[in-house]
Design a protein around this ligand. Structure first.
Ligand code: FES
Length: 106
């Protein structure tokens, strides 16, 4: 595992995510009331990006068709409960920069 700088903290909008790439991986980074969270930026419905989805109560709603995900766990929230959802990534800051922990090959 290795930490990669992906953006500046000031890049992150408050109510939506920010898209970044680490190798071939497309990741969305969110600032949820000062807590940084990162998930795969590919909705499990049909694969559209979710970084532009609205964030509420630690969850993002996909802007395309409304699937909802818990940003801390990545779980997909449905009216029937929780289902396997998005991969999550550890996030930290170093000064003004945001870093994500990924596999060495990513
Ligand atoms: S692509 Fe996200 S809900 Fe359809």
């Amino acid at each position: 595992m290795t930490w990669r700088v992906v953006c500046k903290r000031s890049d992150l909008p408050g109510s939506r995510g920010w898209p970044v790439r680490v190798g071939a991986a497309s990741i969305a980074v969110f600032d949820v009331d000062g807590e940084l969270l990162a998930v795969d930026n590919e909705c499990r419905h049909v694969g559209n990006p979710i970084d532009d989805g609205l964030v509420d109560s630690g969850c993002v709603t996909c802007p395309w068709h409304g699937w909802r995900y818990d940003l801390r766990t990545g779980e997909h929230l449905t009216m029937f409960g929780r289902r396997r959802g998005l991969r999550t990534y550890p996030v930290r800051t170093d000064g003004d920069y945001v870093l994500i922990e990924v596999e060495e090959a990513e």
